[in-house]
Design a protein around this ligand. Structure first.
Ligand code: AMP
Ligand code: MG
Length: 414
């Protein structure tokens, strides 16, 4: 079968965006306690005025200014406290001052509030002002924050906890958001052993299943299963045949996409599904495979943990965003000043692991995190960003500005 090989990073992203655009996840209506981190799929308007009635901003006393002025010695008898939650529509304040708590409804006729700290209640239960009170002060008027029908949050917003709070405050109980993309994670390799078991000579612990599953959860996916596959062509083929009919949005396999004798994934995918491209000009992660299996998008990541992590962030993260309905594909890019020389003698796009520090004045210094071998997971744990060196970029000199991509962006809650 013929398909593009060794495409550039930009071409790879384009191929992925095209397929992701035509594979949107469903929009579903969910209660507010399940929507944080998801993309809002509808415009939401306020169902009520906020506040829904005039109320007090402070703990104090509510009264009518004209009644206070006309009273003897500028005193008003204190009566009937109004608490938050009390219906005060039948409380008239023409002759009285009413103790009122923060957020409580203003009684009928009251147009002024004095803070508790600025007034005295005499032994005869009269309210006396200790300082000048401005008419209208400390009153939150009906609709001050939001008016009924006003747009509260626009379609396309990645919902944060504060957005959910806002939706709740206007009485909205459910909203339409994207369904979580259903992802199947497959780890390949005869050598893999789960931590907790003994590693025999030649075997290694399966680190990727843990790291990548958690990364996918952080990216807002539903990881429907994590499967381990031996490097056995027949077995891989049988599993792929079964997967074709499953309701999965994304299949991710890890390992077995390079030039090894038992790297069966590309040939099996071309038989059971479709390859869109194989290999892309990046470092690490060069052997990446992309295609389709049944209705699912298929990503075949290289097995080395740093390569798998990098390709997941650079290719699957943007695809997930597009599938949820976000328009643009770009990762967040900042600039940082590199603290030492870096040598680069190839023409691939390189994603190094870096650690950035931001100074008080906002400027960013960034340092490469030790040895950059793609097997070295420690470099990922030491890092807080990718340092991106473009294809044409060669050796970088200490003090030069480089592009960085902070890791926190790969979290829907960030
Ligand atoms: P592969 O892409 O299958 O050739 O694997 C490349 C390297 O990554 C090999 O050294 C594998 O042993 C290692 N590797 C593959 N899968 C995992 C995994 N799940 N956890 C840790 N290392 C892995
Ligand atoms: Mg392998």
């Amino acid at each position: 079968m013929s398909y593009p090989k060794s495409v550039t990073f930009t071409q790879a992203r384009k191929f992925i965006a095209e397929l992701a655009t035509s594979s949107p996840v469903d929009a579903i209506s969910l209660p507010l306690n399940q929507v944080v981190g998801r993309l809002l799929q509808e415009d939401v308007a306020a169902a009520i005025d906020v506040p829904a009635w005039d109320c007090s901003r402070v703990d104090g006393y509510a009264f009518a200014m004209s009644s206070m002025r006309q009273s003897e010695h500028e005193k008003l008898p204190v009566k009937d406290a109004i608490h938050a939650g009390t219906d005060a529509t039948d409380v008239s304040s023409l002759k009285y001052a009413h103790p009122i708590m923060t957020g409580a409804m203003l009684p009928v006729g009251a147009d002024s509030i004095v803070m508790k700290e600025h007034a005295t209640v005499t032994s005869d239960h009269d309210l006396k002002l200790n300082q000048r009170v401005e008419k209208g002060a400390y009153i939150r008027r009906k609709g001050d924050d939001l008016k009924v029908g006003q747009l509260v949050i626009k379609k396309g917003r990645r919902l944060r906890p504060e957005d959910v709070g806002l939706l709740a405050s206007v009485g909205v109980a459910k909203v339409k958001v994207n369904a979580m993309p259903k992802v199947l994670l497959i780890l390949t390799g005869d050598e893999l052993v789960s931590p907790g078991n003994d590693c025999e000579p030649g075997q290694i612990y399966d680190a990727n299943s843990f790291m990548l599953r958690d990364l996918l959860l952080q990216m807002g996916c539903e990881v429907v299963a994590v499967k381990r596959l031996k490097d056995n062509r027949k077995h891989v083929s049988q599993v792929f045949k079964k997967l074709k009919d499953k309701p999965i949005d994304v299949v991710i396999s890890v390992g077995g996409v390079s030039m090894g004798d038992k790297d069966y994934i590309p040939s099996v995918l071309s038989e059971e599904g479709r390859i869109v491209f194989h290999k892309t000009g990046i470092k690490p992660g060069f052997p990446m495979l992309f295609g389709q299996l049944g209705q699912a998008m298929y990503f075949g990541l290289p097995g080395n943990p740093v390569s798998a992590y990098t390709t997941l962030c650079q290719f699957i993260w943007p695809a997930l965003r597009v599938m949820a309905g976000e328009a643009e594909m770009g990762n967040l890019n900042w600039r940082g000043k590199i603290t030492h020389d870096v040598s680069k003698s190839h023409f691939r796009r390189e994603f190094m692991r870096g650690y950035y520090v931001q100074s008080f004045d906002g400027s960013i210094d960034v340092t490469v995190c030790g040895a950059q071998q793609s097997s070295r997971i420690k470099s990922l744990t030491e890092a807080n960003c990718f340092i991106v060196l473009d294809e044409s970029q060669q050796d970088v000199v200490s003090g030069e500005l480089v592009r960085i991509q902070p890791f926190h962006q790969f979290n829907v809650m960030s």
